[in-house]
Write a new protein. Structure first.
Length: 215
């Protein structure tokens, strides 16, 4: 039985690489590619599995996941991203994705992840699974406050780091400015920052470090 896969990413070269890799899998065809939200949602509705980048130019990762999973008929979603795996992988799966793969992983990992998700299972890397096991075992003496953030709070913090204003964040996430400000108040409390200026500085430094580690 033919298994239809879609590729969602705004970088043509990366889409080309995934398409080339998928040729190695039997009974798999690439149904199509998408570079923005509207194309992605149309593709997700007619595939069995979609490799999904969360950093598209016209929509936030959280919003795209929510909208994709809200479709009556949607593909299994394998997130393939440059975003911090330790922060995003577990959150994506909890939101309904079937797995998370870092773009820095070896090409063979993509084929393995597709096969795992194709069987109806969840794919997470050994790094993420070991982190989950450590938390369940109560390992570690320190708690990373970033781990306490909800997916929406993390998305807002990331957009703040990229220099977006509260109004800009509201536009990207399709929520009200008041809702953004409420989340920012929670961020200040959870991360221990007394002012919005301190929070914005922290967000900028975190975004720079995250971008550096991804590159």
């Amino acid at each position: 039985m033919t298994f239809r896969i879609g590729i969602v990413d705004d970088h043509p070269l990366f889409r080309f690489g995934i398409r080339a890799l998928l040729r190695e899998l039997p009974d798999v065809i690439v149904e199509g590619e998408a570079a923005d939200a509207s194309e992605a949602l149309a593709l997700i509705a007619r595939c069995d599995l979609v490799t999904l980048d969360l950093d598209l130019p016209d929509i936030s990762g959280t919003s795209l996941l929510e909208r994709a999973l809200g479709l009556k008929h949607h593909a299994r979603l394998l997130v393939v991203s440059m975003l911090d795996e330790e922060l995003y992988a577990e959150r994506c799966v909890r939101a309904g994705a079937s797995g998370f793969l870092a773009k820095t992983d070896a090409p063979g990992q993509l084929l393995r992840a597709v096969e795992v998700v194709r069987r109806g299972e969840i794919f997470l890397s050994q790094r993420v699974l070991q982190g989950v096991a450590r938390r369940l075992a109560g390992g570690g003496d320190t708690i990373d406050p970033m781990g306490s953030l909800s997916p929406r709070e993390l998305e807002i913090f990331r957009l703040m780091g990229k220099g977006e204003s509260s109004g800009g964040i509201a536009h990207v996430l399709h929520i009200s400015t008041k809702t953004v400000e409420a989340h920012q108040a929670n961020l200040r409390r959870k991360l221990g920052h007394g002012s919005m200026l301190d929070l914005r500085r922290a967000a900028l430094l975190w975004w720079i470090e995250d971008a550096r580690s991804a590159g």
